[in-house]
Ligand binder design. Structure first.
Ligand code: AP5
Length: 216
């Protein structure tokens, strides 16, 4: 199972990618998580990427392309993967196609989650992320058992810097400018499954599964 999850910031890509990863037993590969891990380690890639991420802009291709290709070539991705947040531009799509051709494989489905701008702002202003394991919560829609503490590892929960409202607006604009044209290209190619991202997490998962399984 090789699936790409697309959608604006806060549409639920990460949440659904984790559920799909558990369901199909394949890894969740998130370009945002790869970058945040590099930022935490203060690696040269992380230092470069942070400047762009803090402004809500896309990290340049020379930073992100190699990192994703390297991850997809790891042995746990041989049986499949759920790709979250990548590709976001036509150029990244070209690089992904070349990587997959080298791996002699292809994408089965592209899922695009749709939610309104108002919903995005509500979701991202309430998102809290674990500093230790990266698990994601929402203070109202998916609260942790103990406020401020991760259910999985007892790590401290914090608000991502790029979830401040002005940065969220910048990320939405970047999505419309750079990624919406790629969604249109996937629509034309017949690979795209457009899914309403509003509703409970399990309800959205069922919608995705019914669309993805129709394509099998
Ligand atoms: P990234 O981390 O990928 O951010 P994003 O695409 O903006 O998406 P988010 O992680 O904010 O949201 P999501 O859709 O995953 O929603 P989630 O499931 O967490 O990228 C961050 C930055 O890295 C980018 O701005 C860019 O700088 C850089 N970057 C990353 N990839 C790149 C690339 N390919 N090229 C260049 N640069 C790149 O849910 C959000 C909240 O809503 C959570 O609190 C969750 O609990 C809640 N929620 C989820 N589902 C529901 C539901 N059904 N109902 C109610 N609440 C829900």
């Amino acid at each position: 199972m090789r699936v790409i999850l697309m959608g604006p910031p806060g549409s639920g890509k990460g949440t659904q990618a984790k559920l799909l990863s558990q369901r199909f037993g394949v890894p969740h590969v998130s370009s945002g998580d790869l970058l945040r891990s590099a930022v935490r380690r203060k690696s040269p890639m992380g230092v470069q990427a942070k400047k762009y991420m803090d402004r809500g802009e896309l990290v340049p291709d020379d930073i992100i392309l190699g990192a994703v290709e390297e991850r997809l070539r790891e042995s746990d991705c041989a049986r499949g993967f759920i790709l979250d947040g990548y590709p976001r531009t036509l150029a990244q799509d070209g690089a992904l196609s070349a990587t997959l051709a080298r791996m002699q494989t292809r994408i089965d489905s592209v899922v695009s989650l749709s939610v309104s701008r108002e919903e995005v702002v509500k979701r991202l202003s309430g998102r809290r992320t674990c500093r230790e394991c990266g698990a994601s919560y929402h203070i109202i829609f998916d609260p942790p058992r103990n406020p401020g503490i991760c259910n999985q590892c007892n790590g401290e929960l914090f608000q991502r810097d790029d979830d401040q409202e002005d940065t969220v607006m910048a990320r939405l604009e970047v999505y419309e400018r750079n990624t919406a044209p790629l969604v249109a290209a996937y629509r034309q190619s017949g690979l795209l499954c457009e899914v309403d991202g509003v509703g409970g997490q399990e309800q959205v998962l069922e919608r995705i599964l019914s669309r993805v399984q129709q394509r099998e």
